[in-house]
Design a protein. Structure first.
Length: 344
């Protein structure tokens, strides 16, 4: 064995962690060398032995390493659909059953998620009766929570239970995101009711874009799971089917909460736009009043400022005050008409 294969995350493996689960003895952490040895023994077993309640292994891979896919092809007989999904441009959530294997494409938020629509990446899964392979290009929060739980000693009965645990962690992360967004939107709503508009329109737009992208990527997941539950694989236990159905219903409720949050943001944006339009109308009215009040004096000043003969009151000693009275009268009449029209 090459020495470079003895450390996690090496360029030739891309292995982040590996665990072996047994229904009786529990879970064991494996090194890359031990994982390769387990896979070699597994390939030597009879095909019929895979359907029983045997132990299974979980391999979590880092696709940012150039040698990860090569290592997977060398040591595992995964479905070609799984490898094709790694290179597809679309990242919509889906779960397919092909070649006696569950192939899932899930979307999750990054580990350092900062409420940005771009902080979403993809997790690929291949799940069969004895081998679970998860692969990602960037650190993701849900799968990291699962890895931390297993690291602390949590045991899993079957590969499907691992998938259920991951889906529930994903739902918990989404619930926390919705709660945090609700708190932010509550703060924006309080400022809106207090007529203290700041940069809230930009924040609401960013939050709405985040929810729209999350819903667009995650909304197909419950439908895909329900289609799977209608015709589950033969190696999936009945208890796992029930737990997966419950997890799917919880995930559907999260999607519904996200939709309601979008509608709330939309209403706040409309209310905010109405307030901005009202302020603009007030400013436009003030500008109109000023223009109307200044119109008589501008017209009269223009007329009396012409250098032509016959200008009235030019020889009168009180001509200035007469012109002031005329301007004031016309200004008062124009102002009264403008304010009466506004009241009407």
């Amino acid at each position: 064995m090459s020495p470079v294969n003895t450390a996690f995350g090496a360029d030739l493996t891309g292995l982040i962690c590996a665990y072996r689960f047994h229904p009786e003895s529990g879970r064991f952490a494996l090194s890359p060398v031990e994982a390769e040895a387990w896979l070699a023994r597994h390939h030597q077993r009879a095909e019929g032995a895979r359907a029983g309640p045997q132990e299974f292994i979980w391999l979590h891979m880092n696709l940012s390493h150039a040698g990860t896919e090569k290592w997977l092809r060398q040591h595992l007989a995964l479905s070609d659909i799984f490898y094709e999904s790694l290179h597809e441009g679309t990242r919509s959530t889906r779960i397919d059953y092909a070649d006696h294997t569950l192939i899932a494409v899930l979307n999750d938020v990054l580990f350092d998620f900062s409420f940005d629509a771009s902080d979403i990446s993809t997790l690929w899964l291949s799940v069969d009766a004895n081998i679970v392979v998860s692969a990602r290009t960037r650190p993701l929060r849900s799968v990291d929570r699962l890895r931390e739980a297993v690291k602390k000693g949590e045991t899993l009965r079957s590969p499907v239970e691992l998938l259920i645990h991951l889906l529930r962690d994903e739902a918990d992360v989404l619930i926390q995101i919705v709660r945090d967004l609700a708190m932010r939107i509550d703060s924006i709503e309080d400022r809106l009711l207090g007529n203290r508009l700041e940069n809230d329109r930009g924040q609401l737009g960013a939050h709405r874009r985040l929810l729209i992208r999350l819903q667009r990527l995650l909304a197909p997941e419950p439908s895909a799971l329900f289609r799977l539950l209608n015709r589950p694989p033969h190696w999936m236990a009945e208890n796992d089917v029930l737990d997966l159905r419950q997890s799917t219903e919880e995930f559907s409720s999260v999607i519904t909460d996200m939709t309601a949050m979008q509608e709330r943001i939309k209403l706040l944006q409309e209310e905010m736009a109405a307030q901005v339009n009202e302020q603009n109308n007030r400013s436009l009215f003030v500008l109109t009043i000023v223009s109307v009040l200044a119109l008589p004096i501008n017209i009269i000043a223009g007329l009396f400022g012409m250098n032509v003969g016959g200008i009235p009151l030019a020889g009168e000693p009180n001509g200035f005050w007469v012109v002031v009275a005329i301007v004031a009268s016309f200004t008062g009449i124009a102002g009264a008409m403008a304010f009466r029209k506004q009241r009407d």
